[in-house]
Ligand binder design. Structure first.
Ligand code: BDR
Ligand code: CA
Length: 310
C-alpha cells in the first residue's frame, strides 16, 4: 500500500484514527492520504464533514482534500450514534479557531474512484463509517475492486453481539445494503469487527496514554476526550475503553500486527426485520458466490499500543 483514502464519520474514535493516518511517529508510518471522505453515520453528513475539516485544521494537516459523501443509507431510515459521540459528533469540544480547511468539490464516491484510478493497485481504503460511499462508488465504477489494493473495514458483529441493535454493529446496521454490496463486490477486504474490538480493551491508563504526548493532534484529542468525559461521568468511569476505528487504522497502517485471522465469505441482512444489519459469516465455507474476507480476530497488543499513541 502506498496511498490511503479514509472514509469516515467523525466521531470520537474516527478523530483518533484520522490523527493516526495523518501524523507519523517512530512506530507509525503515515502514507500519503489522497482524500478524506465523509459519510453520514455517527451524526449527519453536514456535521461529520465540518468535524473532519476542523480536525485537519487543528492537527495542522490542512492540505488533504475533504470530500462530502452520502447523506444517508442506500435505503431505509438514517440512524445516528449521537448518544455516544455527542450531538455535534465530537463530544461538545469547543471549536477553537484553527486554519480553515475547505471542502473539496466532488462527491466522496467520485473521489474514491479518482484516487483508485490515479494510483491503481496502490490505494488502501480505510472505511470507518457506514459503507454507503464505497457502495455508490462500485456501482459507478465496477472496476473499483481491481483498482484498489485493499479495503479495511471497521464493521460487523460477526458473532451476533451488536452495538446498534442486539445483533447489528453500528456501521453495518446503519447501511446494511451497502455493507452487503461491498462484501459481495470487493475481493481484498480486511474486517475489524465489533467482537474483535471488544477483544482488545484498554485500561483507563492506557487510554489516557494515547493522548499524553506534546504533538498538536495529541493535545486536540486530549481535549476532545476531556469534554466527552465531563459531559458524562458514567462514560468517564468505565473500567475499560474500546477504540474500534483506531484498531482498524492500526491494521491498515501495519497489517503485520495481525496475529490471528480467518478468511470466509460474509453476508449482511438488509430486510426490514430482525436480521437488518445482521452480519453472517460462512464459517464452514459452504458457499462460493462472493470473495472471502480476511476477518481479523487478534492483533499484537504491545505493537497496537504503540500504533495508537499519538
Ligand atoms: C463504529 O460505530 C461508530 O459509532 C464508531 O465510530 C465506529 O466506527 C463502532 O461500531
Ligand atoms: Ca466511525
Amino acid at each position: 500500500m502506498s496511498v490511503l483514502v479514509v472514509d469516515t464519520d467523525p466521531g470520537l474514535d474516527d478523530a483518533h484514527a484520522l490523527a493516526m493516518a495523518l501524523t507519523p511517529t517512530a512506530a507509525r508510518p503515515a502514507p500519503p492520504v489522497a482524500a478524506v471522505c465523509t459519510v453520514a453515520g455517527n451524526v449527519d453528513v453536514g456535521r461529520v464533514t465540518a468535524n473532519a475539516r476542523w480536525l485537519l485544521g487543528a492537527y495542522g494537516v490542512g492540505d488533504v482534500p475533504v470530500h462530502r459523501g452520502a447523506s444517508g443509507p442506500l435505503a431505509g431510515p438514517r440512524v445516528d450514534a449521537a448518544e455516544i459521540h455527542g450531538a455535534d459528533g465530537l463530544g461538545g469540544v469547543p471549536r477553537h479557531r484553527v486554519p480553515d480547511v475547505p471542502e473539496t468539490a466532488g462527491a466522496a464516491a467520485l473521489a474514491l474512484i479518482d484516487a483508485a484510478r490515479r494510483h491503481p493497485g496502490e490505494t488502501t481504503v480505510v472505511a470507518l463509517g457506514p459503507l454507503t460511499n464505497l457502495a455508490l462508488a462500485v456501482r459507478l465504477e465496477p472496476r473499483l475492486p481491481e483498482l484498489v489494493d485493499r479495503v479495511v473495514v471497521m464493521g460487523g458483529a460477526i458473532d451476533g453481539r451488536g452495538n446498534l441493535t442486539m445483533n447489528a454493529e453500528f456501521n453495518t446496521g446503519a447501511d446494511p445494503a451497502a455493507a452487503d454490496l461491498v462484501f459481495a463486490e470487493f475481493s481484498r477486504v480486511t474486517l475489524i469487527s465489533w467482537e474483535t474490538t471488544m477483544a482488545h480493551p484498554f485500561t483507563p491508563g492506557e487510554f489516557a496514554g494515547f493522548f499524553a504526548g506534546d504533538a498538536r493532534p495529541a493535545r486536540v484529542l486530549d481535549e476532545v476526550v476531556r469534554h466527552r468525559f465531563a459531559a458524562d461521568p458514567a462514560y468517564a468511569n468505565r473500567p475499560s475503553f474500546l477504540r474500534p476505528d483506531p484498531l482498524a487504522m492500526a491494521v491498515a497502517l501495519d497489517p503485520s500486527i495481525v496475529t490471528r485471522a480467518e478468511t470466509h465469505r460474509i453476508y449482511v441482512g438488509y430486510g426490514p426485520g430482525l436480521d437488518r444489519g445482521l452480519t453472517v459469516v460462512d464459517w464452514l465455507d459452504r458457499y462460493d458466490d462472493r470473495p472471502a474476507v480476511q476477518i481479523v480476530l487478534e492483533v499484537d497488543r504491545p505493537r497496537l499500543l504503540d500504533l495508537l499513541r499519538i
